[in-house]
Design a protein around this ligand. Sequence first.
Ligand SMILES: Cc1cc2nc3c(=O)[nH]c(=O)nc-3n(C[C@H](O)[C@H](O)[C@H](O)COP(=O)(O)OP(=O)(O)OC[C@H]3O[C@@H](n4cnc5c(N)ncnc54)[C@H](O)[C@@H]3O)c2cc1C
Length: 423
Amino acid sequence: MQVKTLILGAGLTGLSTAYHLEQAGETDYLLVEKEAVPGGLCASVQKNGFTYDYGGHLLHLHTPYGKKLVKKLLSKNCALLHRNSWIYTGASRVPYPFQANLWALPAKQRQSCVAEFNHRPVLKNIRTFEQWCLAQFGRGMYEQFFKPYNTKLWGLSPARLTAQWCGPFVPVLSEKELQQSLQKRPRKTYGYNASFYYPKKGGIGALAHALAAKTSHLQLRSPVTAIDLTRKIAVVKGKEIHYRHLVNTLPLDRFICLLKNQKILKKQAKKLKSAGVTLLHLAIARAVEPFSWIYFPEKTVPFYRVGLQSGFSPANAPKGTSLFYIELPGLHKPSASLKKKIWNSLLQKGIINRSDRPVFSAWQHIPAAYAVYDKHRDKTVQTLLTRLRRQDCWCAGRYGRWEYTFMERALLEGKDVAARVKK
Ligand SMILES: Cc1cc2nc3c(=O)[nH]c(=O)nc-3n(C[C@H](O)[C@H](O)[C@H](O)COP(=O)(O)OP(=O)(O)OC[C@H]3O[C@@H](n4cnc5c(N)ncnc54)[C@H](O)[C@@H]3O)c2cc1C
């Protein structure tokens, strides 16, 4: 078989690439996906009347084109929601973001945050996330929230992470705003996720299905198992496909493992590190007070975030029930003892109560959920992408480019790579 463009992976990036190629009149492409459904991490699972995603998957749309495309695809199946999130630290419940809600801390912790903020270091050559936090917020906020939460999530101390990823994700406050945050809840909302869109029905997978419906050459249940960049041949489902351009959206490290020869690339790819996530979806037979998601920086709590899937859309769970998604750092084998530990922590934090009974549960694993921004990441990724580009291979998406981004970027990168390939 012969195609002009072969796209690997029908997550949002691959689907968007195919969609934009077709919109531009390019139909000589093939999009291959190993799973039976399209969407990758933007797929949803429907079971026993419950709909759940791969953890919270909310649409943060910040560009006019991103908004226009999602609205075109989802049409009326789209709701605008507003964040209602907080952080549990010790006995305190601090609205998110922490740095804008110091008023919610006990007096002693609040004073330590302010004193350290007033004496925060002026750092010129910021290399690590730790240095960035200290320079922006001071040691008080760093020790109380940023350090424990990020160590838990990334599995690495912020002293060993770079600050490359944090720009869009960690809101920075002015001196005046921080002083105001000591007094009362701010009126202003902070952060990229203060409001978000979510499908009214079908979970986030509705977006992937809408894109897939406009993609003529999608082949499901078709894993790519080997790639020869020199001869421009990929083996998909045991058959050779000759291509002119290759678009990769698979995790960069796994993609490089599939390459024939390419010793230099394989050696470089060993430097890429990722953090896995285990998810427990758990439903109880009671409608809880609505919230979006809650952060848990403490080491003693097994999860780092809990969200209310049934809060994003009533269609996600049967009436009178609540469906939570519980995100644990790292990959854990599902077990009754782990479930019990999670249940007890939910009880202790007041998310559920003693009379609650589970009515549904399901586990999920995301092996490479977060590309780790350690000191090797930037140079390694740059080298790999440049070398691959020379061999007519374009990498796109959160995993293809080994970056920390969200779904809107996947849609935009797909558009961008389609335009480049067409050129
Ligand atoms: C825990 C978590 C929470 C998140 N929350 C949000 C959020 O709230 N909002 C947001 O905007 N973003 C969120 N994201 C990010 C979002 O999931 C990604 O940005 C986006 O889904 C990436 O899409 P992608 O197509 O680039 O990658 P993927 O979705 O990973 O797609 C890659 C595809 O390649 C396929 N594949 C793999 N190997 C092969 C093979 N050998 N052959 C063929 N196909 C293969 C996979 O099955 C998959 O379908 C979150 C991510 C995580 C991990």
